[in-house]
Design a protein around this ligand. Sequence first.
Ligand SMILES: *Cc1c(COP(=O)(O)O)cnc(C)c1O
Length: 370
Amino acid sequence: MTQNALGVEFSQRLTDNPKSAEERAAILANPGFGDYFTDHTAVVDWTADTEGKGGWHDARIEPYGPIAMDPAAAVLHYGQEIFEGLKAYRHADGSVWTFRAEANAHRFNRSAQRLALPELPPEVFIESLRQLVSVDKDWVPSGDGEALYLRPFMIATEAFLGVRPSREVSYRVIASPAGNYFGGELKPVSIWLSEHFARAGRGGTGEAKCGGNYAASLAAQLEAEAHGCKQVLFLDPFNDNAVEELGGMNVFFVFTDGRIVTPALNGNILHGVTRDSVLQLASDRGHKVEERKITIDEWHESLEDGSLSEVFACGTAAVITPIGELKTANGSFVSPPLGADSVAMAIREQLLGIQTGTVEDLHGWLTRLA
Ligand SMILES: *Cc1c(COP(=O)(O)O)cnc(C)c1O
């Protein structure tokens, strides 16, 4: 038992059947993304306060495995679910750190409010990561660009088919060793412009990190794949076709005069922690940064007149990925070739350096987990 400041104790039941060192080494040699999971999971349950005994309880580490759930559990029918994504990085001395976990904890609670789920104290969120990474520390890879991806999530577990917020909820964390998100070496990706589907709309759940937004993006993703693209760009058709974001990444534009522009948070766009970090690092580097509306027409015109030099996507999973081309039903927007002086690549190196402990963490962004 380990007691934290809030008095939430995590009990530990360790697996009798962990992966052997050889099996783990084989997985870590080529982890991919989201394909393999560590030996344990963190769980905290919640019950609505009926009869004075509600709240978060039964914090525990237990063996990784299937979740037994009633087939009527609300999450299976009405999608009352939220999640987070962050990474644990191994530093040269073997210690393990996470990046801006408080920001993820607070975003998790904003998502919880939107999905009518209970808020989880940020201290419990961070303690759950520390507990899980401590028991599964050997799963944190040390290769270039590799990390242990942490996936906290919250699901409505009450067996009830009426429509109202669930009175029983489970918070869980699973962990998955991760290499390069898009596989292979880093090269500019092609993205598809979705003109028939939206991932979010005014008053909807666009700025909550919830499974439903991803479910809504999959038909567009299939369309993208049919056009040889790995990701989809969504616009706001009711706002001059303003660029919003990709299905799971925020987007940035670099102009030849050094300005860096990203769409302003408008209620539909996910508040990316990477987005926020890029804005900070770009401004530290002397770039003028602008959070504002940028339309698909401005993108096209500034490519034509040569004032746009780079476009990139960012998010925890794939860090920073240059966008080489935007394919649309009527032709494509091709970014200039990536030069040795690429701003996206310089910020990517700096960000990865801070995360992995080779570049000084001037903003106090790292938290030690193990
Ligand atoms: C998670 C997510 C992002 C990226 O957020 P990070 O905190 O940088 O990982 C961007 N867009 C969507 C829709 C997301 O779900």
